[in-house]
Design a protein around this ligand. Structure first.
Ligand SMILES: Cc1cc2nc3c(=O)[nH]c(=O)nc-3n(C[C@H](O)[C@H](O)[C@H](O)COP(=O)(O)O)c2cc1C
Length: 197
């Protein structure tokens, strides 16, 4: 029941995210990425989903547990929900590091506090580790010496997410029956099948 796809689902996702951004959808820039931790438990978190060199990418810090869960070639699940368009995308993606110079250039666009936090993760404590209390955390941040000129720490990192399987669910149908399509990337291009929603 698979047929050559009538659309490129990655282009479609890009176009629909752009449309959602235009109408100020609060989820237009976001995704949920699920990985598996070292104990075998699923872990999901919200991340900013970026367009870098016309590919999907996420940015974070190598000290965080999620980065250890997603080395190059790992398969992760990604969900994009665009409420303004009543669209859900579920993607199966493989990870690939973004070149360091690209990460470092992009890092310069970050607001000041996330920049400081990246240096805190690097020199004081890895991301997602416990601190005594919030006041202690704020104290460390306040006393942090940032490098001059301000550059990204080596732990700043990015991952391209290359989709291989995409499930697009469009709730906005005049007859009320959701439109659900499954796409698989093959050597012959994307194949498409219609799924029971
Ligand atoms: C709207 C929103 C956007 C976020 N964007 C990012 C992001 O781009 N990168 C990131 O590392 N964490 C981001 N976070 C924080 C993550 O969800 C998560 O709490 C953090 O990265 C620690 O995750 P970990 O313990 O799985 O490493 C975002 C959270 C929210 C609510």
């Amino acid at each position: 029941m698979q047929k050559p796809a009538s659309i490129d689902p990655v282009d479609k996702l890009r176009a629909e995210r752009a449309r959602a951004r235009k109408i100020q959808d609060p989820c237009a820039t976001l995704c949920t990425v699920a990985s598996v931790d070292k104990e075998g438990f699923p872990q999901a978190r919200t991340l900013v989903l970026r367009d870098v060199q016309e590919q999907l990418a996420i940015f974070g810090n190598e000290t965080s547990p999620k980065w250890q869960q997603m080395p190059e070639g790992t398969v992760v699940a990604v969900v994009v929900w665009l409420p303004s368009l009543s669209l859900q995308y579920r993607l199966r993606c493989t990870t690939r590091p973004v070149a360091t110079h690209v990460v470092h250039e992009s890092w310069q666009q970050r607001p000041e506090t996330p920049k400081k936090l990246d240096w805190l993760y690097t020199h004081h404590q890895p991301q997602s580790t416990p601190v005594a209390d919030r006041a202690t955390l704020l104290g460390i941040l306040a006393s942090l010496d940032l490098p001059e000129p301000l550059i990204a720490p080596d732990t700043a990192a990015g991952l391209f997410l290359t989709p291989h399987v995409i499930d697009r669910l469009d709730l906005d149908q005049p007859d009320g029956v959701h439109d659900r399509r499954h796409f698989e990337r093959t050597d012959r291009g994307w194949l498409e099948s219609v799924l029971v929603p």
